[in-house]
Design a protein around this ligand. Structure first.
Ligand code: PEP
Length: 253
């Protein structure tokens, strides 16, 4: 089953206007220079940069995404942004349930599910994040934790067309530490089995499962050549055009 790889950058809370525009222009120029890349590209800047980054990406095959959304369309939710608002400024994707949001904002899988339902209704594709803590890995609970997060966070009517899963071990994010390739493949294959149970085999076989956690140009090939790894969600290395593009190129894009 051929799944087009997705190379996604999560800029997190980084970048003032000039930095974001420069970074986006750099990525756009490199992707244009690739002609017809084998992969899809996505960048997810902070809310404040979405409109400017959208302009900077003009003409390049790079999708725009946000890093969170509320589950309501509008109303009294100070500081929140709705999926419709993201769609309105040109987003195609939204990351939901990143471990930093689960930890910093107490987001449960139930809440992530509600957000995903709303995002899909607004016509956004979701990148739903899952992953175990170091304590959970050390106690042998990785597959169990990830399975529960999938069952809880992914809406029952999700399809491969509107949903991407990102497996990101919490202890590998921003730390320079990574699981072994075998560990990653084991989790991805298990996640695909859970998706098959939840959404049917057809969707599970077509759904992209990204790996995230200290992906760098030097380790990208090792992870992205695994059979069940369909791309990467990249934090730190997505803030440098050269690193982000080297990850893509080293992954066969
Ligand atoms: C992330 O935040 O999604 C991530 C994987 O970060 P990093 O690549 O910096 O580990």
């Amino acid at each position: 089953m051929a799944r087009k790889k997705l190379i996604a950058g999560n800029w997190k809370m980084n970048g003032l206007l000039a930095d974001g525009v420069e970074l986006a222009k750099g990525v756009a120029a490199e992707v244009k220079a690739m002609g017809k890349p084998e992969c899809e590209f996505l960048v997810c800047p902070p809310f404040t940069l979405l409109t400017s980054v959208k302009k900077a990406l003009r003409g390049a095959k790079v999708a725009l995404g946000a890093q969170d959304a509320h589950f309501n369309t509008k109303g009294a939710h100070t500081g929140d942004i709705s999926p419709e608002m993201l769609k309105d400024v040109g987003c195609q994707y939204v990351i939901l349930g990143h471990s930093e949001r689960r930890a910093d904002h107490g987001e449960s899988s139930e809440l992530v599910n509600k957000k995903a339902v709303a995002a899909h209704q607004a016509g956004l594709k979701t990148v739903i994040c899952i992953g175990e803590t170091l304590a959970e890995r050390d106690s042998g609970k990785t597959i169990d934790v990830c399975s529960k997060q999938i069952m809880g966070s992914v809406p029952d009517d999700s399809t491969a067309a509107d949903t991407v899963i990102a497996y990101e071990p919490v202890w590998a994010i921003g730390t320079g530490k990574t699981p072994t390739a075998n560990d990653v493949e084991e989790v991805h294959a298990a996640v695909r089995k859970v998706l098959a149970k939840k959404l049917g085999k057809g969707n599970a076989n077509k759904m992209r499962i990204l790996y995230g956690g200290s992906v760098k140009p030097g380790n990208a090939k090792e992870f992205l050549s695994l059979p069940d790894v369909d791309g990467a969600l990249i934090g730190g290395a997505s803030l440098k055009v050269a690193d982000f593009m080297a990850i893509a190129k080293n992954s066969g894009c």
